[in-house]
Design a protein around this ligand. Structure first.
Ligand code: SAH
Length: 347
């Protein structure tokens, strides 16, 4: 019988297991606290449990870990990039960022990614597997322990497509925000998607108070088809229709990510087209100068293009910002470190 992933279980579920083992209910709280608050990596560390109980737990359950394989700290800002290794030897990346309001962690939701966006380093490495809810929690816990800090914000913007691992991501969101767990409120969580439209409708039904970010990157199907294969399945019209309904249904503003790529999507015409598409929506546009990846054909837009683009959006009543680049000296963008590490190991 394969072991059960105990850190992905809610307090209620652990209580049921504890009852099955004919133990008093308070044991569940102790176990849950070790897993959620202290982020222990081994049942042996649960020192207020008897040896016998620790052994019983170890026979039935496992604790998923994210062990630090590489840690890169930026010399420019306080960004720390982690290359984590999972229990089965797969690698994922997370980034810890310090803002004036506290610490924010960008986590991965899959090892690799199926979406294959043409500008993204993760896609180039292919897809390995979905992450467990516990492995998403562990990314945060390991960084908290490593830096002796409490992380207040989480963004699901690392490797992988969160809505392509929907059930595990939803369970993670419920665990991480639960008051008896890590208690990171939904309003402090952002989820970024390339636009898996049917899952946006599912997420809408949950009415979560998180911030939904849409990786839009283009104002029309012609350009978006070239950048993001997912657009061939769900084009811009159906994506933006889902976004409008999402805003109506949840009352939450949507954030659109737009990587500015020289000569591809950064013209005045693109800005006007984007402005008219987003007209009347409660949204915000985040412009990100594209990070060129190894062998990538894309270059960052010039400052003039960025400012002109923003000016057009704002003139049309759409708020927009240029995203600050953190950790630019440590390959902090998603997929860059893993790609580099895999190459080093194989050379
Ligand atoms: N799959 C999700 C989340 C992971 S990617 C999504 O698509 O949103 C996180 C963000 O980084 C996305 O907005 C993605 O489009 C963007 N991104 C990926 N590679 C990039 C690059 N080279 N330059 C700028 N942004 C990039």
């Amino acid at each position: 019988m394969s072991k059960i992933d105990i850190k992905s279980m809610t307090l209620e579920e652990i209580k049921n297991e504890v009852i099955k083992l004919q133990l008093p209910a308070y044991r569940a709280k102790q176990i849950y606290s070790w897993l959620q608050h202290k982020g222990v990596t081994d049942f042996e560390h649960m020192t207020n449990l008897s040896n016998d109980l620790r052994q019983k737990l170890n026979e039935k359950f496992f604790i998923s870990n994210t062990n630090i394989e590489k840690r890169l700290a930026s010399n420019i800002d306080n960004t720390v990039k982690y290359l984590y290794v999972l229990n089965d030897g797969k690698y994922i990346e997370s980034v810890l960022m310090q803002y004036h309001h506290g610490y924010s962690m960008c986590i991965s939701t899959q090892a690799g990614c199926k979406m294959n966006c043409s500008f993204c380093a993760t896609g180039k490495g292919g897809f390995e597997r979905n992450l467990l809810p516990s492995e998403m929690l562990s990314q945060i816990q390991t960084a908290q322990i490593d830096n002796n800090i409490r992380i207040s914000n989480v963004v699901l913007m690392g490797m992988g497509e969160p809505l392509d691992n929907y059930d595990n991501v939803l369970r993670f969101l419920k665990l991480v925000s639960s008051e008896d767990g890590m208690n990171i409120g939904m309003r402090h969580i952002s989820l970024s998607t390339c636009g898996i439209v049917d899952k946006i409708y599912d997420l809408m039904q949950e009415k979560l108070q998180l911030t939904l970010s849409i990786s839009l990157h283009a104002p029309n199907d012609e350009i978006r088809n070239k950048l993001m294969p997912i657009n061939k399945k769900w084009g811009i019209n159906s994506l933006l229709k889902a976004c409008k309904e999402y805003i109506e249904h949840t009352g939450r503003r949507i954030s659109f990510e737009y990587a500015m790529i020289n000569g591809v999507n950064d013209s005045i015409q693109c800005a006007n087209e984007l402005a008219s598409r987003l007209h009347g929506m409660i949204c915000h546009v985040n412009l990100i100068p594209v990070n060129s990846i190894e062998n990538g054909q894309y270059q960052k837009s010039s400052k003039e293009h960025l400012y002109k683009f923003i000016e057009i959006l704002e003139k049309n009543g759409i708020t927009a910002t240029i995203r600050r680049t953190l950790g630019s000296d440590i390959a902090a963008s998603c997929g860059q470190l893993k790609g580099k590490h895999t190459k080093e190991v194989h050379n």
